[in-house]
Design a protein around this ligand. Sequence first.
Ligand SMILES: [Zn+2]
Ligand SMILES: [Zn+2]
Ligand SMILES: [Zn+2]
Length: 108
Amino acid sequence: MNGRRPRVLGPTVDDETRCVHYRTPLDVIAIKFGCCREFYPCHLCHAETADHGAAQWPMDGRAEQAVLCGVCGHLLTIAGYLDANACPACAADFNPSCKLHAELYFEI
Ligand SMILES: [Zn+2]
Ligand SMILES: [Zn+2]
Ligand SMILES: [Zn+2]
């Protein structure tokens, strides 16, 4: 854990960004939303907590460091996340099911 990780909003249930909606051992990422530039564990957290609708990152935002590994605090770019099955810094596995609804967060 490093002390400089961004805050994660919404109903989290632990310090690794698991939330009331997604809390399996693999659910360890939070995503910075393009609309408010705040990190949330998932789209449901954003929908329940934010006072506005979620905006997806556009295709030209792929270099944005918008994905947080909740295990080690490493930030991935959107492009790096979409390419990865695990954290490049700490090797924590990411939930492959998250990619099934990547279009909720990123223009695909
Ligand atoms: Zn937002
Ligand atoms: Zn959630
Ligand atoms: Zn990590």
